[in-house]
Write a protein that binds this ligand. Structure first.
Ligand code: NDP
Length: 443
């Protein structure tokens, strides 16, 4: 049995109750197999056994008092997965579905994504099963302060630097930063995605969505094509989806559908991004409100957003939101490219179907790396006590996304993988981290 298969079997036995984590590990291990089997150094250094086991997993009680005076208790997580190339870096997810398997899958993916950015950041992830939806500002603050009251002892500007993710935006980062500062007396870049008045970076809010579209454009350009004039479907209507939609439209595409967890809207004339921002960022309401701004648009709670014909699909909501049947529908309707804004939004059989049908597919760990890349630029600005202009950050982001695509292509060419950018991303990220782990010895 190959080294890769041997290790996967042992991980599957040890973590059998963690389906999302196993899904992520299986995908990475299966695609890096040619590189790992080619060089005995990885086996000699037990790299696969080490890279799939987090450095540490922290789980804690998060008690807080709701507006009725009742004590609520959530569970908090921080998985510090791998710091071979820099301090742990990865977001905090606040969503009722959060469990250890999901945080481990996200932390594992983050190792390779962060390596691809070319910046010195390791992999980590955190979160809680707290649901900010429908909570008052005071309740969100109470939760965030309690969460940080435990987390602060495990993080630091050179140790572990959390950021936003699903359910964690500028408001939540602000409350967490305030509590960290109060407890430690340190004014340091311990969180990214901060507000612009206290150390945040211009273009961080836009970075993941913009980066996704830069990557899509870079990939299409390599095929002599462009996103201009294309019809695009974007799932989700949160941070990533909103700015992916905005940038796609700026580059001349027409985005015709967006969603939230209750339903999706179709606007044949192109999504009104100002309306989406008003509904989601200002009023924190449901996407069903969109038809009040655009009466010609349709709101659906049945069917799938992927039923809408498009040239380019950008899944930007959550994991496993694009299934095999969705991939089949997209292909039937003539899709040309699927680029992932969310983390692991496509199921393995959907990815296989897309790739084997000749659809260009860029996985999340490469396509959504713009967010963490600009977070690392926020860390640099904080360390230098400087702020760069929007354009300066945006230009660096563009360069980083082009650099990532170059790495993917380089690996595909080296191993004869054609357009298998999943394998390209995994091998490029893996090699960098593994080389560093080997240099550090058996630690
Ligand atoms: P947000 O919370 O801002 O938005 C998430 C969006 O997805 C919302 O529209 C939400 O709808 C929808 N959604 C969330 N969970 C589900 C679900 N279970 N089913 C259906 N829809 C769902 O999060 P982000 O935009 O920050 O994150 C989106 C994805 O991108 C995640 O996978 C995240 O890990 C990934 N990502 C984010 C980065 C960032 O910088 N923010 C960086 C890299 C990756 P509703 O409001 O109804 O819940």
């Amino acid at each position: 049995m190959s080294y890769v298969k041997e290790v996967y079997q042992s991980i599957a036995a040890k973590n059998s109750h963690e389906p999302e984590f196993l899904q992520a590990v299986e995908e990475v291990l299966a695609t890096i197999e040619p590189a790992v089997e080619k060089d005995p150094i990885y086996r000699q250094n037990a790299i696969l056994e080490r890279i799939t086991e987090p450095d540490r997993m922290i789980m804690f009680r998060v008690p807080w008092v709701d507006d009725k005076g009742n004590i609520q208790v959530n569970r908090g997580y921080r998985v510090q997965f791998n710091n071979a190339i820099g301090p742990y870096k990865g977001g905090i997810r606040l969503h009722p579905s959060v469990n250890l398997s999901i945080i481990k899958f996200l932390g594992f993916e983050q190792i390779f994504k962060n390596a691809l950015t070319g910046l010195p950041i390791g992999g980590g992830k955190g979160g809680s099963d707290f649901d900010p939806k429908g909570k008052s500002d005071r309740e969100v603050m109470a939760f965030c302060q309690s969460f940080m009251t435990e987390l602060y002892r495990h993080i630091g500007a050179d140790v572990d630097v959390p950021a936003g993710d699903i359910g964690t935006g500028a408001r939540e980062i602000g409350y967490m930063y305030g509590q960290y500062k109060r407890i430690t007396s340190l004014y340091e870049g311990v969180l990214t995605g901060k507000g612009l008045t206290y150390g945040g970076s211009l273009a961080r809010k836009e970075a993941t969505g913009f980066g996704l579209v830069y990557m899509t454009e870079e990939m299409l350009k390599s095929k002599g094509n462009t996103i201009a004039g294309k019809t695009v479907v974007v799932s989700g209507s949160g941070n990533v989806a909103t700015y992916a939609c905005e940038k796609a439209q700026q580059l001349g595409a027409k985005v015709v559908a967006m969603s939230d967890s209750n339903g999706w809207v179709f606007d044949k004339d192109g999504i009104d991004i100002a309306a989406i921002k008003q509904i989601k960022e200002v009023e924190r309401k449901r996407i069903s409100e969109y038809v009040n701004y655009r009466p010609q648009a349709e709101y659906h709670t049945d069917g799938r957003i992927w039923d809408v014909p498009c040239d380019v699909a950008l899944p930007c909501a959550t994991q496993n939101e694009l299934h095999l049947s969705d991939a089949e529908t997209l292909i039937k309707n003539g899709v040309m490219a699927v680029c992932e804004g969310a983390n692991m939004p496509s199921t393995p059989d959907a990815i296989h179907k897309l790739q084997s049908s000749g659809i260009f597919f860029v996985p999340g760990k490469a396509a959504n790396a713009g967010g963490v890349a600009v977070s690392a630029l926020e860390m640099s600005q904080n360390s230098m006590r400087l702020s760069w202009t929007f354009d300066e950050v945006d230009q660096r982001l563009k360069g980083i996304m082009a650099g990532i695509f170059g790495q993917l292509k380089g690996v595909c060419d080296e191993f004869g993988f054609g357009d298998n950018y999943v394998a390209g991303a995994n091998i490029a990220g893996f090699k960098k981290v593994a080389t560093s782990m080997i240099a550090h010895g058996a630690v």
